[in-house]
Design a protein. Structure first.
Length: 364
């Protein structure tokens, strides 16, 4: 079976997710793999190191720069788009697989519609905010591209019925595996208590940073600190509250992959005070570091945090504050659940399992 994996994104979690899936599929030795990626992908060196001198048909192609003008202009560059189509046809792919949203999907899928096309939907419900016009443009275009898709992958069971009803396509679940991109072999400190909790990820209104600050101000343990790390805009009132509270620190910028270890090493657990969400890639990231999670009862977050790896609470500042106090009143929970989270990450949320589920569901 010949599988052509196409990922044309450049930043964010997509390049890492796609790399891990490509690597896992290649290591199964149960398929012949072709990879097509953009020359502008930020982690290009990692891809080249892994695949340039391998049995994989590895292709780096010209696409667009990740800015609004380039996205608009290169959208009409049909030569570049059809070159990708020609690579897939030359490879004689049985399966065309897009592990993330493709800006050029509608064009590429149309000319490859006789192939079996498999695409992953990471957010079943569109977020109410976007990083730039290019991101919104991509989302809208892909609504039309889905008619050419034969199989849809989603990351949780909660949304399966919704997707099947909406698209009327064969839909299956592959849970978001843990990124072991930089840190698969790091040592986990199981004894140290840092008395610090954290929020990690892009800051958006629906992620509830304001709710987290409300909760933090209500906890009774006065020795606990809060770290907020991520890019995004906070309103003036929230910034003033952070500035006035010496126990709250903020890193308000894009967090590089290489910084995750330092941040997670210095906190006891992550809090996800989301008001709305489909799922979260931060949870498996936290588990990979042996950190438990406190998350709100929205979307598929409860599905992502099985018993013994953290706590699920209502979207309520009192409830979040109460569980933080409970954890620090029973400190042994932190290393115990951290170990459980790490075990769950390595045994269940592995990329090997993801590749296995992929192949089991698309066998011709």
């Amino acid at each position: 079976m010949n599988i052509s994996l196409i990922f044309l994104g450049q930043t964010g979690a997509g390049p890492v997710y796609s790399f891990e899936m490509a690597k896992a599929l290649a290591n199964t030795h149960k398929c012949k793999l072709q990879i097509i990626i953009s020359e502008n992908i930020y982690n290009l060196n990692i891809w080249k190191k892994e695949f340039e001198n391998s049995n994989v048909d590895f292709n780096i192609v010209k696409t667009y720069n990740h800015n609004n003008l380039s996205v608009f202009l290169q959208f009409f560059n049909f030569k570049r788009k059809y070159y990708i189509v020609s690579l897939v046809k030359k490879f004689n792919a049985d399966i065309v697989y897009s592990p993330f949203v493709l800006l050029w999907a509608r064009f590429i899928y149309f000319f490859l519609r006789k192939k079996r096309i498999v695409s992953t939907i990471h957010d079943v419900k569109l977020h109410d905010s976007y990083h730039n016009i290019a991101d919104l443009f991509t989302k809208i275009l892909n609504l039309g591209a889905m008619k050419f898709v034969d199989d849809i992958i989603i990351l949780n069971h909660k949304d399966k019925a919704i997707v099947e009803k909406k698209y009327k396509k064969h839909t299956f679940v592959i849970p978001h595996a843990c990124f072991n991109y930089y840190f698969s072999k790091q040592e986990i400190n199981k004894k140290k208590i840092n008395y610090k909790i954290g929020f990690l990820g892009r800051i958006e209104p629906y992620k509830g940073v304001d709710l987290l600050i409300d909760s933090f101000e209500k906890i009774s343990h006065n020795n606990v600190q809060l770290l907020i790390a991520g890019n995004g805009n906070l309103d003036k009132l929230t910034m003033e509250r952070i500035a006035k509270n010496k126990k709250i620190s903020i890193i308000n910028r894009y967090i590089e992959d290489t910084e995750f270890k330092t941040i997670l090493d210095n906190i006891d657990f992550l809090v996800l005070p989301y008001k709305r969400a489909s799922q979260s890639g931060v949870i498996p990231l936290s588990f990979a570091y042996g950190k438990m999670v406190v998350a709100t009862n929205v979307g598929a977050l409860p599905e992502q945090v099985p018993c013994g790896t953290g706590f699920i609470v209502p979207v309520d500042s009192e409830a979040i504050a109460d569980i933080i106090d409970y954890i620090y009143s029973n400190e042994e929970i932190i290393p115990q659940m951290g170990t459980n989270a790490r075990d769950y990450a390595t045994q269940v949320l592995s990329w090997e399992n993801s590749a296995k589920l992929f192949l089991e569901n698309i066998i011709i």
